[in-house]
Write a protein that binds this ligand. Structure first.
Ligand code: HEC
Length: 174
């Protein structure tokens, strides 16, 4: 083989091995992993399941469902509570950790719910905001609904929508 052909053969081999590896991580029936993830998604959004979270983070505004933001966004929010959108929302370290763990474990991209999946899919590679209302999925919806309305008004609409989602189903004891 000419050196160039050798290289192509090597690349093809690597590609084949990689594909074989991927195929193994699919379900037994050959369904691609992402397809079975979406097939198993529960509808809507996971209701809030932490009483501590409701008490601490639901006192100034309604307790946003953790599945509305990806983990890195929650982590940033929980790491800067002394300057929380202009307010001081500091917690003692024990509560901060408990709530952060709860948020990270139930963040969009980690739980399999339809709305969380849609939020992640719409965000793609874009930077992750701190505000739910700035997640592309909602920002786009708000813009579309509010031809002519001011930014404040469209944001209000998104918050209204969020409030209508199942919020505190069976609040757990986390
Ligand atoms: C002292 C009052 C207060 C407490 C306590 C508080 N927040 Fe907030 N939060 C605010 C304010 C004010 C805003 C900004 C509201 C605005 O500008 O629309 C906000 C906004 C947010 C947003 C962005 C909402 C959006 O616009 O999409 C998130 C997410 C959030 N808070 C999460 C939390 C979490 C998590 C906790 C608990 C650790 C918490 N908040 C506790 C006052 C508070």
């Amino acid at each position: 083989m000419k050196p160039k052909h050798k290289m192509i053969a090597a690349i093809l081999t690597v590609a084949l091995l990689a594909t074989a590896g991927l195929a193994q991580s699919d379900d037994d029936d050959g369904t691609p992993w992402f397809q079975s993830w979406f097939d198993k998604a529960k509808p809507g959004i996971d209701p809030v399941g932490s009483q501590r979270y409701v008490e601490e983070c639901g006192s100034c505004h309604f307790p946003y469902q953790p599945g509305l933001l990806p983990a890195p966004s929650w982590e940033k929010i929980m790491g800067s509570l002394d300057d929380h959108f202009g307010e001081n929302a500091e917690l003692d370290e024990g509560d901060r950790k408990t709530i952060q763990n709860y948020l990270l474990n139930n963040a969009a991209g980690r739980v399999n719910y339809g709305l969380s999946n849609k939020l992640m899919a719409a965000q793609r590679e874009r930077p992750l905001p701190l505000r739910i209302t700035e997640m592309r999925y909602f920002a786009y919806e708000a813009q579309r609904d509010s031809e002519g309305a001011g930014a404040g008004e469209s944001k209000g609409k998104v918050i209204q929508q969020l409030r209508q989602l199942p919020s505190t189903g069976e609040a757990g004891t986390v």
